[in-house]
Ligand binder design. Sequence first.
Ligand code: DGY
Length: 329
Amino acid sequence: MPKRILAYGRLSDDQLAELARDFEVDVFERLDSANDSAFRTALKGAHGLIGSSLAITSDLLDEAPELEVIASISVGYDNYPVDELTRRGILLCNTPDVLTETTADTGFALIMATARRVVELAEFVKRGDWQTSIGEAQFGSDVHGKTLGMIGFGRIGAAVARRGALGFGMKVRYSNASPKTELEKELGAERRELDELLAEADFVCVTVPLTPETHHLIGAREFGLMKRSACFVNIARGKVVDEAALIGALETGEIRAAGLDVFEQEPLSPESPLPHMANVVALPHIGSATHETRNAMAQRAVDNITRALKGQRPISPVNAEAWPTTQDE
Ligand code: DGY
C-alpha cells in the first residue's frame, strides 16, 4: 500500500504528479482551517502533510496516528508545536535558502518605499493632486549612506544588509544572539545591544523568527528609543511587534514611517488603521511571493516529504532529532 499524503498548499500539476508516482495524494484546495471535516477524517490515514499556514495543534495530531512527516512550504515554523512533534517522532521540514533573496528584496522594497514615500506619493498623483511642482511637503529621506539596523542577522537579515551595504553604501548595525564575524568582515557590520541599535539606526528592519522570547520584542519602550526620523520595517512575523504600540508611535510621530509585510492578525482586520495611515506601507505578507520562489519552495517541500517517507534524510528538517536513528543515513 502506498503511503498517503494530504496536500493543502499550492503545488503545481507537475509537483502533484511527482508525488502521485510514489504516494496516494489527497488534495485539499482552499483549506482555510484545520477544522475542515473532510481534512480531519483524512488525517486518520495520513503519513505526510504538505502545505503551509495551517496551525497544527496537539488535538489535530491526536487524529493522525500514522503521521510521519510534515513538509511545510515556508521557512517560518511558528505555527507548529515543534517539541510536541519531536516527542511524537514526527519530522517537520521547512524551506530555508530558496526564499532568502526574494524575501530580502521585499524588505528592501519596504525600506525604499517608506524612505521615498513611494506609495503615498503615487496615490497623490492618482488622485490628481499633482497640480504644481512638488515641494518640501512631498520630500522623503535618503537611503544611501544611512544606518541600517538589523534585528536578527540570519540568512534573510544578512541578505537585506548586503543590499544596503553593497548597493546603497549603508552602515550596517545588527543585534543577534551570537556575533557574525564573517558578515562583519564582508559588510563592515557592527554588533550592538538592541537598545543601542534602535537609537543609532535610520532604518530598523526586523527579521527574527517568532518564538516565546521574541513575542512583542518591539513595543512602546523600543519605539521610544528610535529616532523620530526612523523608518521601521517588519518582514518577520507580526507578533514580534506590539502593533498597538506601533500605531501609537506612528500617530504621535515617535517614528516617521513603517513598512509592514506581516501583522499580528493575518489577513489584516478591516478595523486596523494601519493601511489607511499615510506613513505606512502595508503589504499582504508577500515576502517570498514570486512565481519562481514559491515554486522553488513547493519543490523543496515535495523533495523533503518524498525523501522522508522513503526513509531518506530530508534536505531541510527542523527537528532532525525526530528522525529515527535506525533510518539515519
Ligand atoms: C515563510 O516562509 O515563513 C514566509 O513568511 C512565507 O510564509
